[in-house]
Design a protein around this ligand. Structure first.
Ligand SMILES: C[S@@+](CC[C@H](N)C(=O)[O-])C[C@H]1O[C@@H](n2cnc3c(N)ncnc32)[C@H](O)[C@@H]1O
Length: 226
């Protein structure tokens, strides 16, 4: 099923099966939540917050955290409103586009910004703008945590990624490069190579590192200097 985030049926199915076909997600979220325990009281911006699954985990784990979530899907935001209603003023949700974050009235001086499986929808210039915007909205020493799909760099290397993805139980796993490109196009996915993500973070002023890369799934961290 191609991804259509505006479709309430697709949104509900993704929410119910958010761990399916992506064995790295649970581990990366566990690392994220441990990191968030150290985040001081304050706003955590959740870019592409979807149905609020990760927001709820952060709110439960970090007593001082408040979440400002932004997403362009009314269907996903509807699920997030339901899920987060009991957290009262610890949450704010906004309909907005990651390609036009300047139009989002988000808090500044934030303790952290997280982006879980959302930035791979952006082309590189849009990604660059989102990273710069993020830097400006973080307090000194604030963390930027990205968990996302990464680009498979070339057809020449594809068979190695296919083998790894098969072993990991990732699905779907197209058997050849053209099938992979078709699958990305059908979903509107434009994953960036980890090198590009690190370069964009460093160019914006972050200290940045690839914390954990598992084939085409990765966790990249950036920190605004203190
Ligand atoms: C795979 S879901 C991840 C949701 C959530 N971060 C999580 O991990 O549970 C991707 C989310 O990104 C959102 N999204 C995709 N492109 C977007 C864009 N250009 N602006 C804002 N949100 C976008 C989708 O609506 C969807 O909710």
């Amino acid at each position: 099923m191609a991804q259509n985030w505006q479709d309430p049926a697709f949104a509900g199915q993704w929410d119910a099966r958010h761990l399916a076909g992506n064995p790295a997600r649970a581990e990366h979220l566990a690392i994220l939540l441990s990191m968030m325990e150290e985040v001081p009281q304050g706003w955590v911006l959740d870019l592409g917050c979807g149905s609020g699954l990760v927001a709820q985990m952060v709110l439960d784990r970090s007593a001082g955290a408040r979440i400002f979530g932004v997403d362009s899907s009314a269907a996903m935001l509807g699920l997030a409103h339901e899920r987060l209603a009991s957290y009262g003023d610890r949450t704010r949700l906004a309909e907005g586009d990651l390609t036009a974050l300047d139009r989002v009235d988000a808090p500044s001086g934030c303790a952290a910004v997280i982006a879980v499986q959302s930035l791979h929808h952006l082309a590189e210039p849009q990604y660059q703008s989102a990273v710069r915007w993020t830097f400006e909205h973080l307090a000194p020493a604030g963390w930027f945590v990205i968990i996302d799909r990464l680009a498979i760099p070339s057809e020449t290397l594809y068979s190695a990624f296919y083998v790894l993805r098969e072993r990991q139980g990732q699905s779907p796993n197209p058997p050849d490069w053209s099938g992979y490109l078709d699958w990305l196009a059908a979903n509107g996915d434009r994953p960036q190579p980890v090198q590009t993500i690190l370069r964009l973070l460093e160019a914006a002023g972050f200290q940045a590192a690839a914390l954990d890369v598992r084939g085409d799934r990765g966790m990249v961290v950036g920190r605004r200097p203190a």
